[in-house]
Write a protein that binds this ligand. Structure first.
Ligand code: ZN
Length: 463
């Protein structure tokens, strides 16, 4: 999961800025709702990658690194206790070749911790720095790290086209559909962030708006505007319930953003199973990056829409965790399984490896009860969509932790492989894979009709 440079760098720079200003930890979601009570957050590692500053580990909450070194050969070891993984493909070794650092390896330990081993060809002085905000750990050589971070801060501090004037903002509702339009004076730079499917945020750096806000209606429960201390303009929207699916469109000249929420009945085909489809990454988190610039988040979203349509065509219920290019943390994705009472959960990702010829399909499961579902999906995609078979694998992936609902994470192909990068972005291929997944779902459902799947909840189609 090689996260693309700029958003990560920007996030890093923003975190550093907070650190420099002495503001300490700043909640990055800008969530307007009260935080859920007491229970400590699960710490999820979102990405691990080598940058010019060193090894950068991004998590959703502060990490608790335990550091030691081993000799002959020299290894710098960082243990991160009790963490979950956001993505399976970060488990690969990262070849480095920077100074005396030759590679970084990652290992899962049975106690749930992750061990990072930095291999060096001679004893090397390394340091670990923890930055604020969404917990960024930088492991690098002291002098280089400090210089690179300062440089990064310089680069990340400004936006192009500072001052984005929003001329018009309006909303309309009809038949369970909300359309929100935003007209800017110049081409827009913006990001979408979903706290959950009912609460979305439009973030416009250096945005300005003077005018009326859309009035609450039957579907749109509220719209609020505020500006952060960094000058980012935020529009918070809340919908009447969580059963809205968001899509977005940007005009050709990039000045008009149209957001459309369509109300969905999760059980439109009564008595038929509901598949919750999760498009990996999104918004500020692009996921892995292909050699031609393809983004994992876009491939996942295309595949998710194709799969939803294919499921509907076969009279199966389907919902998306995200229908637009919006950032959505992992907790709400997992939470949605219970919210919508999904029967099956499929998270869509693309794989990535430093070896460009790595190819093929792999399906991950976490709970043993999900293994037959993983096997059904893997078999269908490899045979019907003719993909090289890398098998099913068990991994402690955060989104797969629901013990009651068969849950899998499918990596259809490698976005790091030029041929598969092209395939992943092509609509005919997405449709072909979607049809294959549906066949796998149908076969699995038929085989488990009326049974309890060895899990806690029966399929909704069973009596
Ligand atoms: Zn991914």
């Amino acid at each position: 999961m090689m996260v693309g440079m700029s958003p990560t760098m920007r996030r890093l720079a923003a975190n550093l800025l907070r650190l420099m200003l002495g503001l300490g930890v700043v909640a990055s979601s800008g969530a307007s709702k009260a935080a859920p009570p007491a229970k400590p957050r699960d710490v999820i590692i979102e990405s691990i990658g080598w940058r010019d500053v060193g090894l950068v580990v991004q998590a959703n909450a502060p990490l608790d690194p335990q550091i030691f070194t081993l000799e002959k050969p020299f290894r710098f070891v960082v243990d991160l206790p009790a963490v979950e993984l956001a993505d399976a493909n970060m488990a690969h070794a990262i070849p480095v070749n920077a100074g005396h650092v030759t590679q970084v390896r990652m290992a899962r330990k049975p106690d749930g911790s992750v061990r990072l081993v930095v291999d060096c060809d001679q004893p090397t002085k390394l340091q670990v720095m923890q930055l604020g905000g969404r917990a960024t750990l930088v492991i690098g050589r002291a002098e280089e790290t400090n210089a690179a971070l300062a440089n990064l801060f310089q680069k990340g501090g400004s936006y192009t086209g500072a001052g984005q004037e929003i001329k018009k903002l309006w909303a309309r509702e009809s038949n369970g559909k909300v359309t929100l339009e935003l007209q800017a004076a110049k081409p827009l730079t913006y990001q979408l962030f979903e706290e959950d499917p009912a609460h979305m945020q439009v973030k416009i750096p250096a945005g300005r708006y003077v005018g009326f806000l859309p009035l609450p209606g039957k579907c749109l429960a509220g719209a609020k505007v505020r500006t952060t201390p960094e000058g980012t303009w935020l529009l918070d929207t809340s919908l009447a319930d969580a059963n809205y699916q968001l899509t977005q469109a940007l005009s050709k000249d990039r000045t008009r953003l149209t957001l459309t929420w369509t109300h969905q009945d999760p059980h439109r085909f009564a008595g038929r199973p509901l598949v919750l489809i999760d498009a990996g990454h999104g918004g500020a988190d692009p996921g892995a990056l292909g050699p031609a610039g393809g983004l994992e988040k876009a491939a996942c979203l295309g595949m998710a829409h194709a799969l939803q349509h294919a499921l509907w065509k076969h009279n199966l219920n389907a919902m998306l965790t995200r229908g637009a290019d919006a950032e959505l943390y992992l907790e709400p994705r997992l939470h949605m399984i219970d919210q919508v009472k999904a029967d099956l959960f499929i998270s869509l990702h693309a794989n990535s490896h430093t070896a460009p010829d790595s190819n093929g399909t792999v399906t991950f499961y976490r709970e043993t009860g999900s293994k037959p579902f993983a096997e059904a999906i893997q078999r269908a995609v490899t045979s019907l969509a003719h993909r090289p078979d890398r098998g099913v694998k068990q991994e402690r992936l955060y989104v797969l932790r629901n013990p009651h609902v068969p849950s899998v994470l499918l990596e259809t192909g490698f976005i790091s492989n030029p041929t598969e990068e092209r395939l992943l972005a092509s609509s005919p291929f997405q449709a072909q894979v979607a049809e294959a997944i549906v066949a796998g779902v149908e076969r699995y459902v038929a085989a488990n009709q009326g049974t309890r799947l060895g899990l806690a909840r029966p399929l909704s189609s069973s009596p």
